[in-house]
Design a protein around this ligand. Structure first.
Ligand code: FNR
Length: 344
């Protein structure tokens, strides 16, 4: 189908599924185990419904998408989550993603296991463009190896490091394994809060943690003075059965709501519609990430990724307007009925 036919993010999944070699699409689409977490990430949003308010002047809502992420200004409260191997979707791989993010003024988090190198991606940034570099760290590696990776990240001009902590062991990904495109990243990691405290002294860049899945870890991140966390179950790719980031955000909202004030909290997983973004923001999440939708949109190159970004921006503004939220940045928990569905 032509790019013009894409009217929402799920359309890019359909396009990629029909266009890409099946093993490439499968690597992107795969979740762990029976893919219950993958599906729950998508479906959980539909368990909670808006409480629309009317007769509110929302005429300027489309000018309220701007936000800051770790102090950097962006045009929208969503970002491109780190996802390996963009080259499975397009020969220009991550270059399309970084350019689209630059052109649209949103945050891009390049993955360590990208098709292009950290340096190639950095060279495609526009002047002043902010990127946060995702890293996997090997706790068994010599300090010099870790130091070299940090130095390389700093030299490439990254503005923060995203340390992925939800992949301490390999994910059990059966679909991709059938095509031999699984990823063997680590055997078993020895991550700990002491390890974080140690590596933090090895770089000047802020280190944010990706893959928080419980209120306990969110509180520990605050205690350990982590500037920001990303609630995530890795798109359901690591451990099947891990709760979605919306459920983790609900836990934090119930048990330790102060976390949302103490540090910046971001979230990703299953976000496909503007309405999904708004439900996470309503709980206090500052920005929301998307992985697969942008990998799929990249089938159309930079233009496709930009189109996906534009569609999501428009949906957020439409939906906020229709529920009577005049300022997207000020949406609160009262915008959603959290008592429906599972939690009734
Ligand atoms: C990922 N994700 C990921 N995360 C990370 O920290 N480092 C990585 O290298 C990757 N690689 C990766 C590859 C592919 C193909 C996918 C789909 C995902 C996880 C990613 O950052 C994000 O958490 C999820 O993609 C969010 O879920 P959705 O938006 O894909 O539903």
């Amino acid at each position: 189908p032509p790019l013009d036919a894409m009217v929402g993010l799920p359309d890019f999944d359909y396009a990629a599924r029909n266009y890409l070699p099946v093993e490439n699409y499968t690597y992107y689409r795969n979740g762990a185990g029976g893919e219950w977490s993958y599906r729950n990430n998508l479906e959980i949003f539909h368990q909670f419904h808006f409480r629309p308010r009317s007769m509110i002047d929302i005429s300027k809502v489309n000018q309220t998408l701007k936000t800051t992420i770790l102090g950097h200004e962006f045009s929208a409260p969503f970002f491109i989550s780190p996802a390996a191997r963009a080259g499975y979707g397009h020969p220009d791989a991550e270059l399309n993603l970084v350019k689209a993010a630059g052109a649209q003024d949103i945050l891009y988090m390049p993955a360590l296991y990208a098709t292009k190198t950290i340096e190639e991606i950095a060279a495609a940034k526009k002047e002043g463009q902010v990127v946060f570099q995702q890293l996997y760290l090997d706790s068994a590696a010599d300090d010099e190896v870790t130091q070299a990776l940090f130095d390389r990240t700093e030299a490439a001009g990254a503005d923060a490091i995203v340390f992925t902590i939800d992949s301490a062991a390999n994910g059990n990904r059966q679909r991709a394994a059938r095509f031999d495109v699984g990823s063997a990243v680590v055997a078993y990691e020895a991550y700990s809060w002491d390890y974080l405290d140690k590596i933090r002294n090895m770089t000047d860049l802020p280190i944010i943690l990706k893959g928080i899945g419980s209120v306990e870890d969110a509180k520990l991140a605050v205690e350990h003075k982590v500037p920001a966390i990303i609630l995530s179950n890795h798109g359901g790719r690591q451990v099947d059965g891990a709760q979605s980031s919306l459920e983790t955000a609900l836990e934090i909202h119930a048990d330790a709501p102060e976390v949302f004030e103490q540090i910046e909290v971001y979230a990703d997983g299953g976000v496909r519609y503007g309405a999904d973004v708004l439900k996470l923001l309503a709980l206090g999440v500052k920005a929301v990430g998307l992985g697969r939708p942008f990998l799929y949109a990249n089938v159309f190159g930079q233009e496709g990724v930009e189109k996906a970004i534009e569609l999501l921006k428009t949906e957020i503004a439409y939906d906020a307007g229709n529920i009577g939220v005049p300022d997207v940045g000020k949406i609160g928990p009262e915008a959603v009925n959290w008592r429906t569905g599972f939690y009734g």
